[in-house]
Write a protein that binds this ligand. Structure first.
Ligand code: GLU
Length: 310
């Protein structure tokens, strides 16, 4: 196994995009390994981008642990927070201006509306069991989780253009103070060919609703940041877990709204525990840290035989 990746000889650009909200587990290891293998096979470039958008959930100790665990596995990248590169900074927390520009473009093209609904309003409109809804609608919701279909309460605000008074007015519109949602084309089939799983289809408004692109607490959403970064970093193929298939459909709508061509998609099958549930950061016993401490090798972790229910 080479210690350092050879310089890229093709235009393939892939990325590793961990969220430093916990220790990486076996599922991440396999997805990132696949991303690395595909970049290598293509003679391309691999980018490490730290998705530390949410200051409440991200921790620098998890970011450092992610880099260290992935190096231990044998994965190497060409560009990243530890290496620099032409599209630095590689930390999402330092890329706000890029997200703001994307938000403005979407707003000016008429795709966004400000949503004033509180969590309580949405719970009432959706009539869903309180606890599940509370979790799903939380501002601090795991971006990888599914969210309930937005009931459309604030859609009539489409076209509203907020201006900040005072010295910042010259910079144009500001998202501060609202949740901003992307209005999805109800009933439209979003189809894409996945390099691993084949044809995927989702129906806008049925499989997912108007989604948040900028949060009331001032944080851009995963969907917006991901599209803005993958575009700016010239990513040609996104390798990620199959839990993000629906997010990919949402992101395809953002690419289209921004007049951009999406990358190719390769979704990896999920690693599940003995109950058939996908692994999450709460599965501490399956974190790479814990497995390393138990003496497992990178080969053990990447092998399909690892008893993940153990
Ligand atoms: N940051 C996300 C994660 O924790 C992945 C995002 C992506 O690959 O688009 O797994």
């Amino acid at each position: 196994m080479a210690s350092f990746p050879p310089a890229a000889v093709s235009s393939y650009r892939g990325r590793l995009a961990p969220s430093p909200t916990g220790f990486l587990h076996v599922g991440h290891a396999r997805t990132f390994w696949t991303a690395w293998q595909r970049a290598r096979a293509a003679g391309g470039t691999l980018v490490m981008r730290m998705e530390d958008l949410d200051p409440d959930r991200s921790r620098s100790q998890f970011a450092e642990a992610a880099l260290e665990d992935l190096r231990w596995l044998g994965i190497r990248w060409h560009e990243g927070p530890d290496k620099g590169g032409p599209y630095a900074p590689y930390l999402q927390s330092k890329r706000r201006a890029i997200y703001l520009a994307a938000w403005r473009r979407l707003l000016r093209r008429g795709y966004l509306f400000p949503c004033r609904c509180s969590r309580k309003d949405l719970e009432a409109a959706l009539g869903a069991p309180h606890e599940r809804m509370a979790d799903a609608l939380s501002d601090k919701m795991d971006p990888l989780d599914d969210e309930p279909i937005y009931p459309g309460t604030c859609r009539h605000n489409i076209g509203y253009t907020p201006q900040l008074p005072g010295p910042t007015a010259s910079e144009g519109e500001s998202p501060e103070g609202y949740n901003w949602r992307f209005r999805v084309p109800d009933g439209e089939v979003i189809a894409f060919e996945d390099q691993n799983l084949g044809l995927q289809t989702f129906v806008a408004g049925r499989d997912f609703g108007d989604f948040v692109v900028w949060r009331r607490d001032g944080i851009p959403s995963y969907q917006l940041a991901c599209v803005a970064d993958d575009t700016e970093m010239r990513i040609t193929e996104v390798v990620r877990g199959a839990d993000l298939l629906k997010s990919t459909a949402r992101q395809i709508l953002l690419y289209r709204a921004l007049g951009l061509t999406p990358p190719a998609w390769y979704h990896c099958k999920l690693v599940v525990d003995h109950n058939g549930r996908r692994l999450a950061k709460r599965h501490d016993a399956l974190s790479l840290r814990a497995l390393r401490q138990r003496g497992l090798t990178p080969m053990n972790i990447l092998s399909a035989d690892l008893p993940v229910g153990a």
